[in-house]
Design a protein around this ligand. Structure first.
Ligand code: GLC
Length: 682
């Protein structure tokens, strides 16, 4: 239960200080980790340790996430890269203090005067400007506080201590307000007495993996194996890993942890992040975060949130998928709980826009798909998936669809909303047309002419037929097909990537016919893609020279292990969702039943190895949370298929009609979409 405590008006200031124990809010120099000469000057309340800045939750410390009066836009003060002598002030939208008080700052502020005229100009498309210059029209800070139910916190603490019981009493019908203000019933799933022991064990483990921050649950750690003496970063809350946990909790009727997660990660979005003096784009969400306890004076300690934007991650991979998952989860939270107020908040709206601005910024790429580096998603190591990997495109497409539903349309956002629509339409055309392969398409590629010039080329990407891998000619079933892993000039990556294909079905990135064919293919190739343990992350594995060249001889990604053809039980929930959507729950039930036979006995491994997923992975973690959560979510969805409809999308016919390209109008050139032979194969 959240109670609005009050609204406090404060004088505008760039020294935002609302704390009992006063941290100096004075801007100060923080040397970068590499100790290089360039210093960034920050003026937020942070705790420094090892040269890093953290988000601290010491009592009453609040982080400024100011908004410009009236417009509600957030401002952050960023110097230009060379402008290090000005104060740099990052803000966040609020936070729980140690007593469980959620504090939000929504304000206009005089801090604007420090702005160095930074504004978001995404390709001159006139998207909403997130940064503001000048210092006029300053209005006071407004602080809202929401008191959380302290008895709940205490209950949860006790619960954790006394080896968690499955709570049945809070699984009743919940009433929630929907967007139009009417009350509707959101049905939380009742854990039935008849649930299997394995499910009960799963719930206990999931509850034990919950990470608390200042007395509130904020996420689940990636793995929680007490016997693991070297957890590396598996004791952190990963954004992507938390999604199945969040869904399990939401479907069960426990929404607090998800709301906290969404709001805390939103704060981290605006965090200081630098890799060797370079700052990645604004709007980036971290790959993961950790709650650290740092010492203070007088034997006191304090909890702080320490995000990793890839600057500590192995290989320094960019977490491109995090922001996309965050948007997807935000929408799911609204759909399942009916609490749409969260997504309507100014800071949340700004968070969505920052992520989108980052994704929609023009670069050098020629395609509507998102251009990323290797390892920027679930496969977070070198695996030859740089460029335009399907997984990112499917998540991007879903996130755009979610955002289109959630963004409040006004004068400031209308261009962004239009850009989202255009991108959705172009992206779905691109993927449906150029990523799709089935027997017919393979045969077409097999007979391609090459070196075609001009717009009406059939072989637009100049694919040499010799690229078709021999295994594919044998493997492709008559009645199935799939979306390939990646497409670049003169390069089709024909590997089958499970997450990208499943998520294309779920989000309707594929046409209805393609979606059906993807499931047909999985059914036809059950032994290869499901085998002893669902589901193969990608098929087939890179072997021999290919493994050496493409993975860089990665000993963790040896053939049929880990990302390189390993089997990942977490993918079960996405498979279940896709099956329910396509009216094939039988397939999901079969896979879930197979998984149930082994998961608990094998201690919930992260992944399995070998062609058929027969062995627990070589370096697999045990008690991997998203394995547990994926299984629980799948079970609940199978039992309550009506819940699944909150999580998938049907075909959007409006998008099919949009073609914004001006080519036809000029008559000078023809639009390739209209010329495309197969058009959109509904
Ligand atoms: C591994 C996986 C990644 C996951 C992380 C935490 O790095 O590749 O997808 O998020 O572990 O479980």
């Amino acid at each position: 239960m959240n109670t609005l405590l009050g609204v406090v008006a404060m004088k505008p200031t760039c020294r935002i200080l609302l704390c009992n124990r006063c941290y100096a809010a004075t801007p100060r120099f923080v040397p970068s980790k590499s100790g290089c000469a360039a210093h960034s000057l920050i003026g937020r309340f942070d705790v420094e340790q090892r040269g890093r800045q953290f988000h601290a939750c010491s009592s009453r410390i609040m982080h400024l996430h100011p908004a410009i009066g009236g417009t509600g836009f957030n401002i952050r003060l960023l110097p230009s890269r060379s402008d290090f002598d000005r104060p740099r002030l990052y803000g966040a939208s609020g936070g729980f203090d140690c007593r469980g008080i959620w504090s939000t700052v929504v304000a206009s502020s005089a801090v604007r005067i420090y702005s160095t005229a930074v504004e978001t100009r995404v390709n001159d498309k006139n998207f909403e400007r997130i940064y503001v210059q000048g210092g006029v029209n300053v209005s006071p800070l407004q602080v809202e506080r929401f008191e959380k139910d302290e008895s709940h916190i205490a209950a949860r603490e006790t619960e954790k201590d006394s080896s968690v019981e499955v709570k049945e009493d809070n699984l009743d019908l919940t009433e929630a307000k929907d967007r139009s203000g009417s009350l509707r019933e959101v049905k939380a799933v009742k854990i039935k007495e008849g649930d299997s022991d394995i499910e009960k064990e799963g719930w206990k483990l999931l509850e034990k993996a919950v990470v608390m921050y200042c007395g509130s649950p904020v996420g689940t750690m990636a793995a929680n194996d007490p016997a693991d003496k070297q957890p590396l970063n598996y004791d952190q809350v990963f954004i992507r890993d938390f999604v199945p946990s969040a869904l399990a909790f939401l479907v069960k009727g426990e929404s607090e942890i998800v709301k906290n997660f969404l709001l805390h990660t939103l704060q981290l979005q605006s965090w200081e992040k630098t890799v060797d003096c370079y700052s990645p784009g604004q709007g980036l969400m971290p790959a993961s975060f950790k709650v650290r306890t740092v010492p203070l004076d007088e034997n006191k300690t304090e909890e702080v949130l320490d995000p990793d934007f890839g600057e500590s991650a192995i290989g320094r991979v960019a977490p491109v998928d995090s922001g996309l998952w965050w948007i997807i989860l935000l929408r799911a939270y609204g759909k399942i709980t009916g609490d749409y107020a969260l997504q309507e908040r100014v800071d949340v709206q700004t968070g969505i826009k920052l992520i989108l601005n980052l994704c929609l910024t023009d670069g050098f790429d020629m395609f509507p798909s998102l251009l990323v580096t290797d390892g920027s998603c679930m496969i977070d190591r070198r695996m030859g998936i740089h460029g335009h990997p399907l997984e990112i495109q499917a998540l991007f497409y879903s996130a755009l669809r979610c955002a289109r539903e959630m963004i409040s349309v006004d004068d400031g956002s209308k261009n962004l909303v239009r850009a989202i629509g255009n991108r959705l339409s172009a992206l779905s055309f691109h993927i449906r047309e150029y990523y799709w392969v089935d027997m017919k398409k393979i045969n077409e590629i097999y007979r391609y002419k090459t070196e075609e010039y001009l717009l009406d080329a059939t072989n637009k990407f100049n694919i040499y037929p010799e690229q078709i891998p021999p295994w594919l000619m044998e493997w492709m079933p008559e009645n199935g097909g799939y979306l390939i892993g990646n497409l670049q000039p003169a390069h089709m990556d024909f590997r089958f990537f499970m997450l990208g294909n499943l998520w294309s079905v779920v989000s309707s990135l594929g046409t209805p016919k393609q979606n059906e064919s993807i499931l047909n293919l999985i059914e036809a190739k059950w032994d290869d893609l499901i085998g002893h343990m669902p589901l193969k992350i990608c098929y087939p594995a890179l072997e021999f020279e290919e493994w050496r060249i493409i993975t860089g001889s990665d000993p963790k990604n040896t053939p049929w292990s880990y990302h390189n053809g390993g089997s990942w039980p977490t993918l079960l929930w996405q498979f279940t969702l896709a099956c329910i959507k396509m009216g094939r729950p039988d397939l999901a039930q079969k896979a879930v039943a197979d998984a149930e036979k082994r998961l608990s006995t094998d201690r919930w491994p992260e992944y399995y190895d070998t062609r058929n997923g027969k062995f627990i992975g070589k370096q697999s973690r045990l008690f991997q949370t998203w394995t547990i959560a994926g299984f629980l979510t799948s079970k609940m969805l199978v039992k309550n298929p009506e819940m699944a409809s909150f999580l998938f999308w049907e075909e959007d016919y409006e998008l099919l009609e949009t073609c914004v390209c001006a080519l036809n109008k000029t008559g000078r050139k023809k639009c390739s979409r209209i010329m495309a032979k197969s058009q959109i194969l509904v």
